[in-house]
Structure formats: structure tokens, C-alpha cells
Design a protein. Sequence first.
Length: 114
Amino acid sequence: QVQLVESGGGLVQPGGSLRLSCATSGFTVSPSAMMWFRQSPGKQRDFVARIVGIADVYADSVKGRFTISRDDINNTVSLQMNSLKPEDTAIYLCGAFTGGNLYWGQGTQVTVSS
């Protein structure tokens, strides 16, 4: 059974940093496409970052500020977020495309505010 559990969200001031983690079970992250999306109330779910193999891709809005990484030993995926802005406020969701299916975690809230 595939499971994804995000952690690390919280309240941070503009310019601050947070590191989100996605703990997984039921599959292996290394050959899978792992991704982060975010969603604000009343808005669609937006792509943030994706990693497949050694290739990572970012949304223009976070490029240069966010870094996605994968820990193949612990089977986790992380998102390091620096220079946070109020517009980064959202629920951040970890996703995995594996075995021909797409799975999502429940999300973790990130709030950027002074």
C-alpha cells in the first residue's frame, strides 16, 4: 500500500526558510517520479518541483529558491525552501508516480507572514 506523509510545514516570516519532508512506504522512490505541488484555498493545485532520476525541474516562481532532493536510503523526498515569500503560502502536497498510478499525501500547511 502506497503511503505519503508530509511534514515540516509551519509559520515563517518572509525571507525565511523551511524544509519539508515526505516519508513514503509501499514503493521505492528512486525509480519513481517524485513531486511537490501546492494549493491555496479556492485555487487549483500548482506544480512546484519534480525529480526523476537525477533530473529536477522547478516552477518558474520557485526556481533558484527551492530545491527538491531524494534520499534513496531512507526512501524520502524533501523540499528545501529559502527566501520564502507571502505568495508561497499554501498547502504543500507530496506526489509520487509509480506503477502507473499517481499518489498524493495529505499535505502540510506553509504560511509565510510577518
